[in-house]
Design a protein around this ligand. Structure first.
Ligand SMILES: *Cc1c(COP(=O)(O)O)cnc(C)c1O
Length: 560
């Protein structure tokens, strides 16, 4: 088919540098209607990524030195063609995860829905700014609709929320709200120095840093010890609370776990609430600590709240999945008594980064907790997000993708999604159980992550007493990651050192499969497992013939 005149112009523009002839065209191309040209640019950029021909879970990468590359990095004196620029641009993904891969099992990285991604992209084309409604229009309303919709799942009729750049910021808003609740003058006068926050040992590692960024100080984040994967006990919570009262501290907030990446640590909302109430009454405190449930992962279970086991079973046909969902919703059933919750749509909401929401039972954080302000009706023109958000200018991409995803899937769609994730995990577990070198270490987890250990039989025989399971596991992980970076298609699973050491049940190192694939079949599950077992044998051979040596791996925080 011959090209239309318009298409020829577009092609020419992709192949010519910005110059006096076309500069105006380039500046004006995004007139809001000329979508063809945008699609062409997208295709051009995407082709260079496709040219890499990657099937694996990571775009291959050669190690590099930042300083060496940056020494020669500068703006070009003259503009280049789209073609040239996109060709170089494609390398931006080298070393990055490719969630679309069947081998992608590294942490909670979803493949976002096209609808959600399209919505976010449009917000960028129209350059929407969620700073206030008179700038960003209804993006502020849609933000509140997302918050209200999630709020309703837990029985809040007046929820308000803030779209933000990640789960860490939801923790920031929770603590900020807590400080505002205990001292309404704090925005002007600063944070009182007798405040602490309590949280479980297993809660997210970013909490201390969040306290530090808030100016509260990392030391004000008190971790409550726990001795099971079940969340904090009333006993431990009460003891820690009383200790703080004796230290003349006020507990501004209790940040509870609403599901974590490993072991799906979740606190029992009803037990927490009644334990806190008991202490408040017993010590006649003139405040009630702010309660936040860090449900950035666990929010997905809210879609099942109030469902009976039979109703869940009707959707899954899998007793173990029903049982696990049922335990979680029982723990979450009193979340309506909390002050806020959080959602990471970029984790398990099928949205692209970043699409997190801090969601509060009322609108105190929006109105600054001022008495009368809280009663006023808010109309178009009244919401000035910059007065309560960390940012001033703020993208509405997260709002757009979350809103569209919630509408596209509905409650039943997200229920189905959770069940799919749990089912894929069951299939992989079955496949692992078929090979006797693998042992599953976290059967009790309520989430869909799989932690397993590997018995390196050949090395065990050869090394005898010198066999160091943890060292060998680390070396194996290093070997796998290296193979993947070279471009080999292997499941990119990960490692947890000294699994459950934090609850004094050190089970040694474990490997983590975090499968986000929907509809994984038994055959694919078996293939994934057999790739791992083949890699085990290959690794053992290379160690035994001296090609590889044992090494420790250092790990950064992101998996916990
Ligand atoms: C991932 C996670 C966070 C942090 O979220 P980001 O989106 O990475 O900022 C906080 N809490 C829990 C429980 C998490 O799993």
């Amino acid at each position: 088919m011959s090209k239309t005149f318009e298409e020829k112009i577009i092609d020419e523009n992709i192949h010519s540098p910005i110059n006096n002839q076309n500069i105006k065209h380039e500046f004006l191309a995004n007139d809001g209607n000329n979508f063809n040209e945008f699609i062409k640019k997208l295709q051009c950029a995407h082709e260079y990524i496709q040219d890499k021909n990657v099937l694996g879970a990571k775009f291959p990468i050669d190690s590099f030195c930042y300083d060496d590359i940056l020494r020669d990095s500068a703006m070009p004196p003259e503009g280049r063609t789209s073609n040239e620029v996109f060709k170089k641009f494609a390398n931006i993904l080298d070393g990055a995860f490719r969630p679309q891969s069947q081998s992608s099992v590294f942490n909670m990285v979803p493949t976002p829905l096209f609808d959600a991604t399209a919505a976010a992209t449009l917000m960028q084309i129209y350059n929407n700014n969620c700073i206030m409604d008179s700038y960003g229009g209804k993006s502020i309303l849609y933000e509140q609709q997302v918050a209200r919709s999630i709020g309703r799942l837990i029985g809040w009729e007046n929820a308000y929320g803030i779209s933000c750049n990640g789960g860490k910021l939801t923790l920031y808003y929770a603590i900020k709200s807590a400080i505002l609740k205990i001292d309404v003058n704090s925005p002007q006068k600063g944070i009182p120095n007798d405040l602490v926050i309590l949280t479980a040992e297993g809660a997210h590692y970013s909490l201390e840093h969040t306290c530090s960024m808030l100016g509260l100080g990392a030391d004000k984040c008190i971790r409550i010890p726990r001795n099971s994967t079940d969340g904090i006990s009333s006993q431990a919570l009460k003891q820690t609370f009383i200790q703080q009262i004796k230290n003349k501290k006020r507990v501004a907030a209790i940040i509870c776990c609403g599901g974590t990446t490993l072991d799906f640590v979740s606190d029992h909302t009803q037990l927490i609430y009644s334990a806190v109430k008991e202490i408040v009454d017993q010590y006649k405190l003139d405040y009630f600590p702010y309660l936040h449930l860090d449900s950035v992962i666990g929010w997905l279970w809210f879609t099942f709240l109030n469902k009976s086991d039979d109703e869940i079973q009707a959707l899954t046909n899998h007793q173990n999945i029903t049982r696990k969902i049922s335990i979680v919703i029982n723990k979450f059933k009193d979340v309506k008594n909390f002050d806020s919750v959080a959602v990471d749509m970029h984790k398990n909401g099928l949205c692209p980064y970043s699409s997190s929401f801090f969601i509060a039972r009322n609108r105190n954080i929006i109105t600054g907790n001022v008495e009368n302000e809280g009663k006023k009706k808010l109309s178009y023109g009244n919401i000035k997000a910059f007065e309560y958000t960390l940012e001033n200018s703020r993208p509405s991409t997260g709002v757009a993708s979350a809103w569209v995803a919630l509408q596209r899937l509905g409650i039943s769609g997200y229920r189905k999604y959770l069940i799919e994730l749990m089912s894929s995990s069951e299939k992989i577990k079955q496949a692992l159980k078929h090979k006797n070198i693998f042992t599953i270490m976290n059967e009790s987890s309520l989430g869909w992550e799989i932690i397993f250990s590997i018995s390196f039989t050949a090395l065990k025989i050869k090394l005898g007493h010198a066999y160091d399971a943890n060292l060998i596991s680390e070396s194996f992980m290093h070997y796998i990651w290296h193979e993947i970076e070279k471009g080999k298609t292997l499941p990119n699973f990960s490692i947890i050192k000294n699994f459950r050491k934090d609850i004094k049940q050190d089970a040694g190192h474990g490997f983590i499969i975090y499968c986000m694939q929907v509809g994984l079949d038994n055959k694919s599950a078996r293939k994934m497992v057999s790739q791992i077992s083949k890699a085990v044998h290959q690794f053992e051979r290379e160690i035994l013939n001296g090609k590889l040596t044992l090494i420790k791996v250092s790990l950064e925080a992101p998996i916990r």
